[in-house]
Design a protein around this ligand. Structure first.
Ligand SMILES: *[C@@H]1O[C@H](CO)[C@@H](O)[C@H](O)[C@H]1NC(C)=O
Ligand SMILES: CC(=O)N[C@H]1CO[C@H](CO)[C@@H](O)[C@@H]1O
Length: 364
């Protein structure tokens, strides 16, 4: 008896809080030929926008906190057929050069960008206010010229259970964000373009907090680029890439664990010139329990350029050396060279890896 009576007020409180939440946030349904952007513009913080199946040719911009954007099964976002007029260009326009556009741009307020460096993306130099708690789920997003999804100055953004196809430069990019989470997505490129590989599957160039878990990434030049201190990159399944995961110079304390990488795409030999499961150019990276197979650039291999399973490497011309990286308990097989270090940095450790070549790095 005592336990039941004490439980009642708690249940009532829970019910009351649930009702309060329901009345302050509403669900907005979008159905062709309505525009998704119109629903986003009308939404209040915390609203849930549910998009019914259909093909929507729009570029989307989300600036409101707490928006959950859900695509029901069969909801496909493709680029608008007309060029985006300047008045409708969002912050993500041209962040990858070439007047490229993003499919979904989640953008903070007063986000300042560095100039386009000529490759990859414009970096964030400061953010006035981050847009918080935006979730994107259930969509197929297909064929945008820049990023299929770009998060610029977001906090606690979640990109999950989407099918992200043929983003020309990025499948998903998070830049200047805090706690971005890109998990459980299928991110793929359907083939080479006249320019070679589509560039990057997922990149986290955050201020802090970057989680990239359990994605399937196929056929990108670089599957995952890691540019956030402490980034958490786990349980991803990567196939047909030329670089599976790349930890950039200066990035401190990234965790790269339990990823399954390989084999590389045979086209890497000519279209990319390199094939490596994991490149570690950062500091204090934990590379553990990954399985990497079949990194090869075929007959074009030379002693200084072969397919490598895990490579610790400084970046030529960059003074930030790779130091303190731990390459431990990985399984690497069928690569031209399973492990390699060409870094002059101190404290890089190869330990307890299951592999064959070279014996000097594999036997300790
Ligand atoms: C897009 O970016 C490129 C490279 O920074 C620049 O040359 C070009 O003028 C930009 N385009 C527009 C419309 O601003
Ligand atoms: C690794 C890292 O922190 N990269 C960038 C994240 O974003 C901030 C700005 O918001 C940059 O200053 C960092 O260089």
């Amino acid at each position: 008896m005592v336990r039941i009576t004490s439980a009642v007020p708690r249940l009532l409180t829970t019910a009351f809080l649930t009702l309060a939440a329901v009345t302050s946030a509403s669900t907005i349904t979008v159905k062709r030929p309505q525009l998704i952007q119109a629903a986003i513009d009308a939404a209040q913080p915390g609203d849930h926008i549910v998009v019914k199946a259909g093909v929507y040719d729009e570029q989307l911009t989300i600036k409101t906190d707490g928006i959950t954007l859900t695509g029901q099964k069969g909801t496909i976002l493709v680029p608008p057929t007309m060029p985006i007029p300047p008045a409708q260009q969002n912050l993500c326009f041209n962040t990858t050069g070439s007047d490229n556009i993003a499919g979904i741009c989640v953008q903070g307020t007063d986000v300042q960008l560095a100039p386009f460096p000529g490759f990859e993306h414009q970096k964030v130099t400061s953010v006035g206010r981050r847009v918080k708690d935006v979730t994107i789920t259930g969509f197929e997003i297909n064929g945008f010229s820049g990023e299929n999804i770009a998060l610029y100055g977001a906090e606690n953004a979640l990109v999950t259970k989407n099918k992200i196809v043929d983003g020309q430069v990025y499948g998903v990019l998070a830049a200047g964000c805090i706690n971005s989470d890109v998990s459980d997505n299928k991110i793929l490129s359907t083939g080479l373009t006249p320019f070679g590989f589509r560039l990057i599957g997922v990149c986290s160039d955050n201020e802090s907090g970057a989680k990239v878990w359990t994605n399937d990434i196929d056929n990108y030049g670089i599957a995952i680029c890691i540019q956030t201190n402490g980034a958490d990159i786990q349980h991803n399944h990567i196939t047909n890439s030329c670089l599976g995961a790349f930890v950039d110079p200066g990035v401190n304390g990234a965790i790269v664990r339990h990823n399954d990488i390989g084999p590389s795409n045979p086209a890497c030999a000519t279209a990319f010139g390199i094939s490596t499961g994991i490149v570690v150019s950062g500091i204090n990276t934990e590379v553990q329990f990954n399985t990497i197979v079949g990194q090869s650039i075929g007959a074009a291999a030379t002693p200084s350029n072969v397919g490598v399973g895990i490579l610790v490497s400084d970046t030529p011309g960059d003074p930030r050396l790779a130091t303190g990286n731990q390459i431990v308990r990985n399984t690497v097989k069928d690569c031209q060279l399973d492990l390699a270090s060409i870094s002059t940095g101190a404290g890089n450790v190869f330990k307890k890896n299951k592999c064959q070549t070279p014996a000097s790095l594999c036997t300790n």
